[in-house]
Ligand binder design. Structure first.
Ligand code: ZN
Length: 175
């Protein structure tokens, strides 16, 4: 199975809110399987469907316990606050310290259509929140304060993101 190519910052698809998944069928299963492969080859800890050009409310994640999918996710509860250096597969080579709730509980469907509730802290909480943002057309840059955001955008525009080589060999926390 061939991996999808990942859409890079500047691609308008990353800014469009995704649509709810209405059918869990073979097509969706293939999409999830291909996203797992894509996440694996790109050493990502999370991947949202819009990052591969699919406008569906679905993301996959793997923080070391094997790949999982969450479909039509919604936040049920969140608490605390923490800062973490986030990377994004769609903004290769850049990491920004982003403040988000420390713990999150999300509901949704798994890849077989079963209702699930995921309670998360630490890196998993971070991944779930970052990917949910992607489904709303929000990027991590939007979580920076206005001055930092301006600075970050300038740095990003000075780079050719398509040419950035991200080190391989260990799992980076890119989402
Ligand atoms: Zn991302």
């Amino acid at each position: 199975m061939t991996a999808f190519s990942i859409r890079i910052f500047g691609d308008p698809v990353l800014r469009v809110p995704a649509k709810k998944v209405t059918e869990i069928d073979g097509g969706l299963a293939r999409l999830v399987a291909t996203m797992y492969v894509t996440m694996d080859v790109s050493r990502g800890a999370g991947l949202a469907a819009p990052q591969v050009g699919v406008q569906k409310q679905l993301f996959t994640y793997d923080v070391g316990d094997g790949p999982q999918a969450l479909i039509n996710p919604e936040i049920v509860d969140q608490s605390g606050e923490c800062a973490y250096d986030e990377g994004c597969l769609s903004i290769p080579g850049f990491y920004f310290e982003i403040v988000r709730p420390e713990r999150v509980t999300m509901s949704g469907l798994d890849s077989e259509g079963n209702a699930v509730v995921v309670e998360a802290d630490d890196i998993l909480s971070r991944v779930l929140q970052h990917e949910l943002d992607h489904l709303n057309g929000t990027l991590m840059l939007d979580r920076l304060d206005p001055d930092e955001r301006k600075k970050a955008l300038k740095q990003i525009r000075e780079q050719d993101l398509s040419k950035i080589q991200v080190p391989r060999g260990r799992r980076h926390r890119r989402l």
